[in-house]
Write a protein that binds this ligand. Structure first.
Ligand code: ATP
Ligand code: MG
Length: 230
């Protein structure tokens, strides 16, 4: 019988994704299977265009596969409705998008407190907790800035604080240090791994940063939509 420490939080079975393009059908991911244990850290690496962001979106239930299954926290999110997937994400998942996807008309603080309010936390408590996480990513002086008035690296740190603030069971991050200088990037990497160690969050990261990939327990290489090593 598996112990809690070996429980799988994510199981991917024969996952494939194809899309229609003006040039005809395009298969982005081919027959991908793997699983990730609770508390594990996994780096997904591979060339630009190999399918990393597409895969991450499917793993987190942001998108649905053409075939195959994704079980996240024991739930088949590939068969779930959009509402059910949103519910599973808000309860269990933090996601850092490659393009940040902050809400333009909300301040940095409001962006970060939103996932807590969606989980039912009262606004004043959510706001206080959001402020703590913005301070941890070095943005204590930028709480009331709208995303458009922040630098690229600052926007990325708001996106990270938004994903960290709920201390999620599974944290997905697409190029989490892509817009950061070395020192700020190191602060973020330390925060990522302290979330992993202190809250037991499972980390699934896409990165071109070799130092970050090597700090993860496991590295998985994707080439043209196939896993080549895992
Ligand atoms: N909706 C779509 N329609 C058509 N093609 C798509 C679509 N989404 C992704 N692609 C193509 O699928 C491939 C994989 O895209 P994806 O964004 O997953 O790559 P990636 O590995 O994250 O690359 P990068 O390192 O540059 O972020 C790319 O060639 C992209 O052009
Ligand atoms: Mg990408």
């Amino acid at each position: 019988m598996p112990t809690d420490s070996t429980r799988s939080v994510l199981t991917v079975s024969h996952l494939a994704k194809s899309v229609q393009t003006v040039d005809g059908p395009l298969t982005i991911l081919h027959d991908i299977s793997f699983s990730v244990a609770e508390g594990e850290s996994l780096a997904i690496v591979g060339a630009s265009g190999s399918g990393k962001s597409t895969l991450l979106g499917l793993l987190a239930g942001l998108d649905t596969p053409t075939s195959g299954q994704v079980y996240l926290m024991d739930k088949d999110i590939s068969a779930a409705s959009e509402d059910q997937r949103a519910q599973i994400r808000s309860q269990h998942v933090g996601f850092v998008f490659q393009s940040f996807q902050l809400i333009d008309h909300l301040s940095a603080l409001e962006n970060v407190q939103l996932p807590l309010e969606l989980k039912g936390m009262p606004r004043h408590e959510a706001s206080a907790k959001a402020q703590v996480w913005l301070e941890k990513v070095g943005l204590g002086e930028r709480l009331n800035h709208r995303p458009k008035t922040l630098s690229g690296g600052e926007q990325q740190r708001v996106a990270l604080a938004r994903a960290f603030v709920t201390q999620p069971d599974v944290l997905f991050a697409d190029e989490p240090t892509g817009s950061l200088d070395e020192v700020t990037g190191q602060t973020i990497i330390d925060l990522l791994f302290s979330l992993n160690q202190d809250s037991g969050s499972t980390l699934i990261l896409v990165t071109h940063d070799l130092a970050l990939a090597q700090r993860c327990q496991r590295q998985m290489v994707i080439n043209a939509g196939n896993i080549v090593t895992s």
